[in-house]
Design a protein around this ligand. Structure first.
Ligand SMILES: [Zn+2]
Length: 231
């Protein structure tokens, strides 16, 4: 756990934050926090909370199928729940699917709050905040469900394929998709960075997209080689 601080412990699970997360907070604050620091911190804090809930989804699902649950770490590219479900497809499927399912469950919750806010004539700031809350949960759900390893969707695909083939082959397929998808993210991110007109059409900051894509490509490549050696 070098370079990480324990923030809190709940339901027997420690939540750590890696030092690089604070650097990302500073960078994003410089980029977007200037106009309204209080709003920025509220949005960043909410994102933190939503990501932690997503990771708790993985951890609690893993525990429910008798797996080993370690800790949760937050770093700039999201969160990681160190979980080890029992080696069978159904246990892996439930452990991985539970994370995005948390985001899916938060969407109607946010919409319900929006309807309630409308009914009582809440202020514009509250409506904007709730809209943003719904938006990030939709974005996190859709992004995580892309079937490209190491994203949750890639691991869900791996678990489903594992029903029909040896695990190593299932891993190699989802990792190969991860390689292609990560490469596309890097390409679009860099093109968007060079050409702001294209950049504006991307769902996230172009440079951030390229960094995230590079990470996905590296992880997918490592895992692809490992799986290939076992086939
Ligand atoms: Zn996840």
């Amino acid at each position: 756990m070098s370079g990480s601080w324990r923030i809190f412990r709940a339901l027997g699970i420690d939540v750590y934050v890696h030092w690089s997360w604070f650097i990302a907070l500073l960078i994003f604050f410089q980029l977007f926090g200037g106009d309204n620091p209080a709003l920025f911190l509220l949005l960043f804090g909410t994102l933190f909370g939503v990501v932690v809930l997503h990771e708790y989804g993985h951890a609690l699902a893993c525990r429910s199928v008798g797996g080993h649950v370690g800790h949760i770490v937050l770093w700039p590219l999201g969160g990681i729940a160190f979980v080890q479900p029992p080696p069978r497809p159904s246990a892996l499927l439930w452990t991985i699917a539970a994370g995005p399912l948390v985001n899916l469950a938060l969407i109607p919750l946010g919409i319900g709050a929006l309807l309630a806010a409308g009914a009582v004539g809440a202020g514009e700031a509250i409506v904007m905040y709730l809209n943003w809350f719904v938006y990030i949960n939709i974005l996190l759900f859709l992004f995580n469900m892309i079937p490209a390893y190491p994203l949750d969707g890639g691991q869900i695909l791996q678990a489903v394929l594992w029903y029909f083939m040896p695990r190593a082959r299932a891993i190699s397929y989802s990792a190969a998709i991860g390689l292609g998808f990560g490469g596309l993210m890097v390409a679009f991110g860099l093109i968007g960075h060079i050409n702001p007109e294209i950049g504006r059409t991307l769902p996230i900051t172009p440079l951030w997209m390229a960094i995230l894509g590079a990470f996905i490509t590296m992880e997918a490549y490592k895992t692809f080689l490992m799986a290939k050696n076992r086939i």
